[in-house]
Write a protein that binds this ligand. Structure first.
Ligand code: PEP
Length: 254
């Protein structure tokens, strides 16, 4: 279902007490300040903090709990890894897959991500699947080819029913954590391209129903302009999700 949507990716930040304080502030501000229909909000803490944060989110499903990654196998001898079923058992509803930091630092490729998607969906979790080009790729004028390939090789093997559960995040690598945001026009043209690719791979209805987020230095100042674009349904937020006031202002930017 296409919906207004904001997810906070806390990356490898915060201790449990810090994470719980931030969560309580976000929940309270959303309760006090949101008028009208709320966007779907998802908070994605690091693995060890999931349960402790999840306890503070309440039963409404908004905010929902999400993870930042998970292993492609169901279970087994994979020391240090975390399974989709374990995430589901501590209350996760969403999992970020294919973040550029995982692709870059942990060499996650499209084939691996394709396998992770299947495992996550089989456990009843909803993937937030990230795509996005490097500065080099953009400057070589290859952005659309590159993203088209990430979608085709990583995502479009899913059945229609599986694809229904997926949220896509467009995150240009050059904008992540750099303070250099894509212009709303740059974001819109890639989002429109992604939606068009979904229509070709599935059908027009799937394209109309897909939630597509923008991520990359999105903040309380630029969110409203980005979210006002026809094909931008919200944001995946890194740095600004670590400050309750900034994050809730983004949540209110529709
Ligand atoms: C991210 O890491 O998903 C992200 C968008 O980070 P930032 O908002 O800090 O650029």
């Amino acid at each position: 279902m296409r919906q207004n949507f904001v997810a906070g990716n806390w990356k490898m930040n915060l201790t449990l007490p810090e994470a719980q304080a931030l969560t309580s502030e976000i929940v309270q501000m959303m309760h006090d300040e949101l008028t009208g229909p709320a966007p779907q909000v998802v908070i994605c803490p690091p693995f060890p903090l999931l349960a402790g944060v999840g306890h503070l989110l309440g039963d409404s499903g908004n905010p929902a709990l999400g993870a930042q990654n998970c292993h492609q196998k169901e279970s087994g001898a994979y020391t240090g890894e975390v399974s989709a079923k374990q995430l589901q058992s501590v209350g996760c509803k969403y999992v970020i897959l294919g973040h550029s930091e995982r692709r870059q630092h942990f060499h996650e490729d499209d084939a691996l991500l394709a396998a992770k998607l299947k495992t996550v969906l089989a456990a009843g979790l909803k993937p937030i699947f990230c795509v996005g080009e490097s500065l080099e790729t953009r400057e070589a004028d290859e952005t659309f080819d590159f993203i088209g390939k990430q979608l085709k090789d990583g995502l479009f093997h899913l059945s229609n029913e599986e694809f229904d559960q997926v949220v896509i995040a467009y995150e240009p690598i050059w904008a992540i954590g750099t303070g250099r945001t894509a212009s709303s026009q740059q974001a819109q043209e890639v989002h429109a391209f992604i939606r068009e690719r979904v229509a070709v791979a599935y059908d027009a209805q799937a394209a109309a129903n897909t939630t597509i987020l923008y991520g990359g230095s999105c903040n309380a100042q630029n969110a409203r302009e980005l979210f006002s674009q026809a094909d931008v349904d919200g944001g995946l937020i890194g740095g600004a999700s670590l400050k309750s006031r900034d994050f809730v202002e983004i949540v209110k930017s529709f």
